[in-house]
Write a protein that binds this ligand. Structure first.
Ligand SMILES: O=C(O)CCC(=O)C(=O)O
Length: 306
């Protein structure tokens, strides 16, 4: 039986942050989770990247390659829209309005272009002005090749810099004191707060750095890599994947999605589609605020500091 709210089809939210992981992410501005991606999945994703490169006439083995909207480029990557390895982390932040902001595959060969220091998101009026604590973009990294040492095209972060609006190395490649060059094994997953300053190391090795980024945001932030998606492609997706793509015909629908897109997920612990006792009965599901896991932790923290 179908009910209008979608509750009967909805599944519980996948696992997200442990309390300890959240506290570390909130303090440092990023998190590394080793061995998060099974070797078999690393192999499948690498094969998909190779297929995408081989189909693209612009691909050159010696140049940076970074096509976006990657989940549409190979059927093997569709599962990344809502994979339970990482989607729960985004849901802990953005709850019922979670949206896939960007999907991108990256190949960084020797001596190819690499990014200078920057935070993600808006520059002239950074997200941090309005959201000094919580990220308005949240970037999940899937690392598919071993990067055992520096100067292999590594992602490099400045820990705790997500509270800084100015940073001396901005728009340069210069190493800065306290930076962390991420030396990762294939299968690691990283979580990055959009306000954390980061750059990319040059690649002086023979390894082509291969990875995937999946960013999430609240639906009311514009996506980075598309306006909408092909309706025929969307029609083949599962309910959760279609919702997470937020391919709406009218821009304000991102702020107020339709009733059938609720609940995105049921509460992980209780299986409920709504928070109990906060509204009168007549208030419809798609018009109800639901508290996120991160909001709960922030509320507990505020209580403890009284
Ligand atoms: O490729 C990387 O490691 C980071 C790229 C980057 O700077 C970004 O995605 O904002």
């Amino acid at each position: 039986m179908h009910d209008d709210s979608g509750t009967q089809e909805a599944k519980p939210a996948p696992p997200g942050f442990t309390r300890e992981q959240w506290e570390r992410f909130d303090r440092e501005g990023y998190l590394v989770i080793e061995d998060a991606i099974e070797p078999e999945a690393v192999r499948r994703y690498r094969e998909a990247l190779a297929r995408i490169a081989s189909r693209n006439p612009k691909y050159r083995r010696e140049a940076f390659f970074g096509p976006q909207n990657a989940v549409t480029l190979d059927a093997e990557l569709e599962e990344l829209i809502d994979h339970p390895r990482h989607t729960g982390f985004a849901y802990d932040l953005y709850g019922e309005l979670t949206k896939l902001h960007l999907s991108q595959l990256l190949m960084r060969p020797r001596n190819s272009s690499h990014n200078i220091w920057h935070p993600d998101g808006a520059r002239a009026l950074p997200f941090q002005v309005f959201s000094p604590r919580l990220p308005l973009q949240f970037k999940v990294g899937y690392w598919l090749t071993d990067l055992p040492r520096a100067r292999m095209g590594n992602l490099t972060v400045l820990p705790r810099s997500h509270r800084m609006q100015y940073m001396n190395g901005y728009d340069t490649h210069e190493p800065v004191e306290g930076e962390h060059v991420l030396c990762l094994k294939a299968g690691a997953m990283t979580l990055l707060h959009c306000s954390t300053w980061h750059r990319v190391e040059p690649n002086e090795s023979e390894t082509i750095r291969e990875n995937l980024f999946l960013s999430y945001c609240p639906a009311w932030i514009n996506p980075e890599d598309r306006y909408t998606n092909d309706p025929a492609w969307l029609a083949k997706l599962t309910r959760e994947r279609r919702i997470l793509m937020r391919s709406y015909g009218h821009p304000y629908t991102n702020t107020k999605p339709p009733a059938e897109d609720f609940p995105l997920f049921l509460d992980r612990a209780s299986g409920a589609d709504r928070d109990p006792g906060v509204y009168r009965e007549h208030v419809e599901l798609h018009r109800r605020k639901r508290v996120t896991q991160v909001e709960r932790w922030l509320a507990e923290e505020a209580k403890q500091s009284l």
